[in-house]
Design a binder for this molecule. Structure first.
Ligand SMILES: Cc1cc2nc3c(=O)[nH]c(=O)nc-3n(C[C@H](O)[C@H](O)[C@H](O)COP(=O)(O)O)c2cc1C
Length: 165
């Protein structure tokens, strides 16, 4: 799959087959995510890959909007050290995780981290100090659904030269 197809076809996948994801694929996803751009190239991130079923269940129970984590083959927690652009850095790395997964045919769906009320419980489960920023939980699994959410058409988002209401 080429890069544009990968970008165009990534969708939030919340239903997964029971097929496990090979360790090499999980490792490559993180190897790609670590190359994401970051402010001043700080790379102040860490990635926790969870594959243990009990831990996946615990994360799903903790995360109000992440019940689908229980059925995922793995879940990546993207953690960033606090800084002026921590949110942007973490969001970019999380996006790289989703796109690298898509390139391998693996589905993913962002589950909100900080400032969600459950973020501290997630950090406890994963042994992450409360002072660090939980950018996202990204459950991963081979897709068992093909969602087609509405997207705004190009003409409603593209402005040439200046903003036009
Ligand atoms: C910052 C952010 C937070 C999100 N949080 C959740 C979440 O907690 N639970 C969930 O099921 N989906 C979550 N999503 C996924 C969005 O619902 C999804 O990306 C959106 O509906 C568009 O669908 P698409 O990803 O298939 O294009 C989140 C996405 C982003 C970018």
């Amino acid at each position: 799959m080429d890069a544009l197809e990968c970008l165009r076809t990534r969708r939030a996948i919340r239903k997964y087959s029971q097929e496990p994801i090979a360790r090499e694929i999980l490792e490559e996803i993180i190897d790609v995510a670590r190359l994401a751009p970051s402010a001043n190239n700080r790379q102040a991130w860490d990635f926790i890959v969870v594959t243990n079923k009990e831990k996946l269940k615990a994360l799903a129970e903790a995360a109000d909007w992440g019940r689908h984590i229980a059925d995922a083959a793995a879940c990546v927690a993207v953690i960033v050290q606090p800084s002026t652009f921590a949110r942007e850095d973490g969001a970019t790395a999380a996006t790289y995780v989703m796109l690298a997964a898509r390139a391998h045919g693996v589905g993913s769906c962002w589950v909100a981290g900080d400032p969600s009320p459950f973020a501290n419980r997630v950090k406890e489960i994963l042994g992450v100090p409360a002072s660090l920023h939980l950018s996202a939980l990204i459950p991963l699994g081979y897709p068992a659904e093909e969602p087609h959410p509405d997207k705004r058409p190009l003409r409603s988002v593209l402005h040439w030269e200046r903003y036009h209401a």
